[in-house]
Design a binder for this molecule. Structure first.
Ligand code: ADP
Ligand code: MG
Length: 378
């Protein structure tokens, strides 16, 4: 049974009749890592894994929501004091509250939802959840909220109701995703552009190392501070737009560490531009080369890789995988791999066996296809 069928069955069993069905997606990021806080670009796309929700107005003032995956039910009012206790319900409540705070009316509704985005694997199940409800409530109550505001509502939900200080990329990709396209999002201006991504003869696959290294201190903040120091030396607000020769000109005045961090960020902006050109030409070999370069930059200059991710990256290289790199902030999580059909099975088999024999567990394998973002499907 599909997820859609399962939520429908549960909906009619719990509530009477049927409602409208919406789906919103998780996301990948092809390239552009640690660029958001430098005013740079990210390159996400929505995937074929997401959250499905069936919902219907109930004529009252409360939300009655059932999470099929947790097997839990929550009922809550729409006022700040009605915040539910379970963490999944806070996402739904947060979306309602953020919509209301912006001056729209959310009346009572019934909902059943379920999904297939792995939780906490870096594919943003939380954004899929926020976007499914945000998009659904907007459509069901004819609120007329523009797509971009829906993304901001999802982001504000994370900030204000879930304690996650995230950027806008995940919600943005989940709302605006389009099959066969990635989006280059400018984190400085929030402008975006679609780029064709239909790599025939290739697959996109994520290998989840299932490790997350706890680090002493605050490695993300330290890197951010390095970038800010160099930007200031260059008389800029952000490293975005700086060139390698700008960086060389101040090299004597900055620490070796700051130099390396900035070299990665400036290089990453160039790689994103190279990927844009390559995608327009359908040149996936160049895209793949840039992914490997990003991995090397994250490993050697930005120093956010770890042994397990380097192991998976080296394995990809040995197997003739077209492109491979860390996806996400680093220190664990997934690699994203662009793989020719012909080497796919060999790569997955080798990765599974050799990773397991070295680290005691197999990586998780997630095949993804770039797909549409939030939409009504029934
Ligand atoms: P991710 O990186 O996948 O976004 P998060 O920790 O940000 O991981 O979000 C995961 C949380 O989102 C879960 O703990 C849960 O509260 C909620 N969530 C995601 N998917 C589902 C689902 N299918 N059903 C219920 N809650 C979900
Ligand atoms: Mg999340």
């Amino acid at each position: 049974m599909t997820i859609k069928d399962r939520i429908s069955e549960k909906f009619s069993a719990l509530f009477s009749g049927h409602g409208a069905i919406y789906m919103s997606a998780g996301r990948i990021n092809l390239i552009g890592e640690h660029t958001d806080y430098n005013g740079g670009f990210v390159f996400p796309g929505a995937i074929d894994k997401g959250i499905w929700v069936e919902m219907k107005p109930n004529g009252g003032k409360s939300a009655r929501v059932y999470s099929l995956d947790y097997g839990e039910y929550a009922e809550f009012g729409m006022d700040e004091k009605d915040k539910p206790s379970s963490s999944w319900a806070r996402y739904v409540f947060g979306v309602c509250r953020e919509i209301i705070k912006r001056g729209y009316d959310v009346c009572g509704f019934d909902a059943v939802f379920s999904g297939d985005v792995p939780l906490g694997a870096g594919l943003s199940s939380s954004a899929a959840l926020e976007s499914a409800f945000g998009f659904g409530l907007n459509d069901m109550f004819s609120l007329g909220i523009p797509g971009f505001e829906l993304a901001l509502i999802g982001q504000a939900t994370e900030h204000n109701y879930c304690g996650v200080n995230c950027g806008i990329m995940d919600q943005f990709a989940s709302i605006f995703g389009k099959a066969g396209n990635l989006m280059r999002l400018d984190c400085m201006t929030l402008e975006y552009e679609y780029y064709p991504f239909a790599p025939e003869g290739y697959r996109l696959v994520l290998l989840d190392s299932v490790v997350k290294h706890e680090l002493v201190g605050s490695p993300y903040n330290r890197r951010r501070e390095s970038c800010e120091r160099v930007a200031e030396k260059l008389g800029r607000k952000f490293l975005r737009g700086a060139s390698m020769s700008d960086l060389e000109a101040v090299r004597a005045d900055i620490s070796e560490e700051d130099y390396k961090r900035a070299r990665y960020v400036i290089g990453e902006e160039k790689r994103v531009m190279t990927v844009c050109d390559a995608l327009q030409k359908g040149d996936y070999e160049t895209v793949g080369r840039m992914m490997y370069e990003t991995h090397r930059g994250m490993r050697d200059d930005y120093e956010v890789s770890c042994e397990e991710l380097d192991f998976l990256n080296n394995l990809a290289l040995d197997c003739g995988v077209t492109g491979s790199r860390i996806m996400g902030g680093g220190f664990g999580g997934c690699t994203i791999n662009l793989v020719r059909e012909g080497v796919y099975h060999d790569f997955i088999d080798k990765a599974t066996v050799s990773f397991a024999s070295r680290y005691g567990h197999a990586p998780k394998v997630y095949d993804v296809v770039i797909s549409d973002g939030a939409r009504r499907i029934g």
